[in-house]
Write a protein that binds this ligand. Structure first.
Ligand code: PMT
Length: 400
């Protein structure tokens, strides 16, 4: 279950309470499951456990102060808020729950809580009477109504000698509850290599042949693979997209460069996804100087580029190969032909004659075909389509 935590970024907020000692073991379990952990401690938490202990276990400096210029320079609270996939406060004391419910932002943890778009969770820990108090119940109901996940608490004997509800869950239970917040670990342990964007084939120092690919589809697939727990290498043609988090990006320009990068990256890889719109031809000669305007008609001699996806599929150590087909007519028929000719495991085809999907657009619609089946993915945002494609890919991969 904790496979879902691979590559995930978790901010662990620690507030003041005797259960803070359990946070140390929780950090270890989250990291063992592949998550990266940044710890934020309230002032009260530091009376129960030292930042140094949690720093050693998390492998990152512990954040304690909203107004510390040095810490803000290293990773500011807004940056930390944006970094997180999940913010879990464990233990969450009665006071901390009250401040979170009221939207008070008087320390680093509560400020970050307001500033993040990440999933939010609390693991309450307090005396059983405080847990039962109407004010605590109301604060909890407010948080739950806003979509905050509540992990526990458990019942049992308490540090203060009372018996009842209010014990923080054990670290293994908390790590599992964190994993449940994420959709899938479908590709955990897999290395996926993806090509994206166009290639550019130089004519002279200032001109080139290329196409309209923006890279959006390939980048969305790369992000969906990271989300699914994979280690991802993204080989990108010239596009103006920012690098998604938690993957390795290799920039290339021409088809020849893309082939070299792909050959190097697929050594030992599990999956190759060819989303790039590779130029089929390149100029036979690249002029050293800018070609001067002269005759009214000039002829360009073009030579065939290597077929990258077919080359990868022909390797004796081939990974699972998912190709794309960009077609303007007889979309399915042409895609089936490419699936066979290029010896792919799967092909995703799109109708690039449509202006509302395919090249440049934020949306796409795909028909995905394999030897003994197919599935249509209705028009949706490329992020959504990419997640659906990754689910299909993971299914097929398991059957191989
Ligand atoms: O980048 P976007 O703006 O988001 O647009 C997305 C997209 C339309 C580019 C994408 O969805 C898509 O269809 N990509 C494949 C584009 C393409 O070149 O299709 P093709 O039918 O010409 O090629 C078939 C397959 O062979 C593709 O997997 C392609 O990457 C691969 N190929 C083609 C030529 C070549 N020399 N080497 C290759 O590896």
């Amino acid at each position: 279950m904790t496979a879902r935590l691979a590559n995930k970024r978790i901010v662990l907020g620690v507030s003041g309470g005797i259960a803070a000692y359990k946070s140390a073991d929780l950090i270890r379990r989250l990291r063992d499951a592949g998550a990266e952990v940044q710890v934020v401690m309230t002032a009260a938490a530091q009376s129960f456990i030292t930042p140094l202990t949690l720093q050693a276990l998390s492998g990152n400096p512990v954040h304690t102060d909203l107004l510390d210029p040095a810490a803000e320079a290293a990773m500011g609270h807004i940056e930390l808020a944006r970094w997180a996939d999940l913010v879990l406060v464990a233990p969450a004391s009665a006071d901390c729950l009250a401040r979170l419910a009221q939207g008070v932002a008087n320390d680093l943890l509560t400020t970050l809580w307001l500033a993040t778009k990440a999933k939010l969770a609390v693991a309450p820990a307090m005396n059983q009477q405080m847990w039962a108090a109407p004010a605590t119940r109301a604060n909890l109901a407010t948080l739950q109504a806003r979509g905050v996940a509540v992990f526990g608490p458990a019942a049992g004997s308490q540090a203060c000698g009372d018996v009842g509800e209010g014990r923080m869950l054990e670290s293994v239970e908390l790590a599992n509850a964190c994993a449940d917040q994420f959709e899938s670990g479908l590709l955990t342990g897999r290395h996926v290599v993806i090509t994206a964007g166009p290639t550019r084939e130089a004519l002279d120092p200032v001109r080139y042949l290329s196409n309209h690919s923006s890279g959006k589809m390939g980048f969305a697939i790369a992000e969906a693979c990271v989300e699914a727990g994979a280690r991802v290498t993204l080989i990108a043609g010239p596009v103006s997209l920012p690098t998604p988090a938690r993957l390795r990006r290799v920039n290339v320009v021409s088809a020849d460069e893309m082939l070299l990068a792909a050959q190097a990256a697929v050594e030992g890889a599990d999956v190759f996804v060819a989303t790039a719109a590779v130029a089929d031809y390149r100029p036979a000669r690249v002029a050293e100087q800018k070609i001067k305007k002269s005759a009214d008609v000039i002829a360009l001699e073009l030579i065939k580029n290597p077929d990258i996806v077919a080359t990868i599929a022909a390797r004796p150590d081939r990974p699972f190969v998912l190709g794309f087909a960009a077609e303007t007519e007889k979309v399915i028929e042409h895609a089936r032909e490419k699936l066979l000719r290029k010896k792919l495991d799967m092909i995703a085809c799109n109708d690039v004659a449509r202006a509302d999907i395919g090249f440049q657009s934020d949306d796409n619609a795909l028909t995905v075909i394999w030897a003994d089946g197919d599935r249509h993915l209705d028009k949706a945002g490329k992020t959504v389509i990419a997640r659906q494609l990754v689910e299909l890919l993971a299914e097929r991969l398991l059957q191989k």
